[in-house]
Design a protein around this ligand. Structure first.
Ligand SMILES: *[C@@H]1O[C@H](CO)[C@@H](O)[C@H](O)[C@H]1NC(C)=O
Length: 460
């Protein structure tokens, strides 16, 4: 299967959204102290006295956390908006959020307003919530079945690249300084403008056009552009078959979704996974990496964080090449097993840290290993526990990882090389047999709403 220029351009344009998502996750880690000083200066300017420590902590926590709230709220709307406007127009309009959010954050220092910063973080969070659903949806739909896994990984690659770029630019010698932090935060409008100018040249998802809008003609011309072939009958037939089945099934209401035993289990599991994605995993690693490294006795935690970012990117590329060869399920289990071992090593290194100083290197290496295996096979790990527990927290992770490993082995089907229709059929077969089962199209633990959208696929 060849990758045409149109396909490459469309995928590149779409994953600019993922890049921005990653950038906004990573950007808030390093310049915390500097921005806090500015909040204080603003307070002094307004009220003539230094900000109370508690107020400052609350304002800062709000600035960080409101991003996730915006993201959670908007990610519930992905299904609705993508059907209403279409995938492409939804991405186009979503850019307005990024533009407004980025501008508010970039201008907040100038206007001496932390309210602008907080509002900006909320709006950019809303953008990221939509982008993290729309991007994998669009990429998954325009990619030929044989390339779907590999191209889907690009979404993740763009996220980690965004995180890494933000970490590097956030160094104090670059943009993480007292004067330049507004530029660091405002820079997020650059990929926005680029995506806005490229989207008009990308075709709308043929699968959306055909299955949801019933526009066979437009779907055909989109398929021709994406594949570079004149003869697209086989692909159209595949979608036709999928549409025929979907038409045969009656619509299910939200209430029914929860009442019917056929759907209840997959729905509950999807929601649980969705929540654990939002609250955990790679986002949290990069909110807290610097303090984790500090606790692990690493000398310069900021550079160790960047090191983790590099490992993260490198292993995303590795999994990009492995995913079509080994399958997602195998990789997922490999990743979980590796993370489990790293978590155990981490625990021992932290426990011995006081008596054996070079254990700090071991703990750093095991965090790198942990991140690497995370990218190979993602794990939904609630990293925020790190702040609550001592060094033995990694034993909890090890136990959780073992659980997820066993869970994946027994419950998660392989989706490599399967069409949407086959995946959906598999899902139904298993639910009907009373077995829980979920679709892992891209990656179930990545910050995306892939699950909602596949869930919707099998329910509609
Ligand atoms: C706020 O700034 C003042 C100086 O203007 C300083 O004395 C005070 O410690 C700062 N407060 C905090 C919480 O950083």
């Amino acid at each position: 299967m060849t990758v045409t220029g149109t396909l490459a351009l469309s995928v590149f344009t779409a994953v600019l959204g993922s890049l921005e998502f990653g950038y906004n996750i990573g950007v808030i880690n390093a310049p915390q102290k500097i921005i806090e000083e500015d909040y204080n200066a603003t307070w002094v300017h307004r009220y003539g006295q230094p900000i109370p420590t508690g107020t400052l902590t609350s304002l800062w926590s709000l600035s960080v956390a409101i991003f996730s709230i915006g993201g959670m709220l908007s990610s519930f709307c992905v299904g609705f908006i993508s059907e209403w406007l279409g995938r492409r127009k939804a991405m186009l309009i979503n850019n307005l959020f990024a533009f407004i959010g980025g501008s508010l954050m970039g201008l907040s220092k100038l206007c001496r307003s932390f309210e602008m910063m907080i509002l900006g973080r909320f709006i950019i969070g809303a953008y990221c919530g939509l982008a993290s659903g729309l991007t994998p949806m669009y990429v998954g739909e325009i990619a030929p079945t044989s390339l779907r896994g590999a191209l889907g990984t690009l979404h993740q690659l763009a996220i980690v690249t965004g995180i890494l770029i933000a970490q590097i630019l956030g160094l104090e010698s670059l943009l993480g300084s007292e004067d330049l932090w507004p530029v660091l935060l405002g820079l997020t409008v650059v990929p926005t403008v680029l995506q806005m100018s490229l989207l008009p040249f990308c075709p709308e998802s043929p699968r959306f056009l055909y299955i949801i809008r019933c526009q066979e003609h437009h779907a055909k011309s989109g398929l021709r552009r994406l594949t570079g072939r004149q003869e697209v009958g086989d692909m159209l037939a595949e979608m036709k078959e999928e549409k025929r089945r979907m038409d045969m099934e009656r619509k299910v209401s939200i209430a029914e979704l929860f009442r019917s035993p056929l759907y209840r289990q997959p729905v509950v599991i999807s929601i649980m996974l969705q929540l654990s994605q939002q609250l955990s995993g790679i986002n949290a690693i990069f909110y807290y990496s610097t303090s984790i490294f500090m606790k692990a006795g690493v000398q310069s935690p900021v550079y160790a964080t960047i090191g983790a970012g590099v490992v993260n990117c490198a292993f995303t590329v590795v999994s990009l090449f492995l995913v079509e060869r080994m399958g997602r399920r195998t990789l997922h289990m490999l990743g979980l097993a590796g993370m489990c071992i790293c978590a155990v090593i981490m625990t021992m290194a932290l426990a011995l840290l006081d008596s054996v100083p070079w254990m700090s290197y071991i703990s750093m290496l095991s965090i790198f290993g942990f991140v690497a295996f995370f990218e190979v096979g993602p794990g939904p790990i609630p990293w925020f526990f790190v702040d609550l527990c001592g060094p033995y927290v990694f034993l909890i992770f090890a136990a959780l990882l073992l659980f997820f490993l066993i869970f994946t082995f027994f419950r998660v089907p392989e989706t490599r090389g399967k069409t949407f229709d086959q995946i959906s059929a598999n899902f139904h077969q298993r639910s009907a047999g009373g077995m829980m089962d979920m679709d892992m199209d891209m990656d179930m633990d990545k910050p995306s709403t892939e699950l909602d959208y596949l869930g919707e696929e099998s329910i509609n």
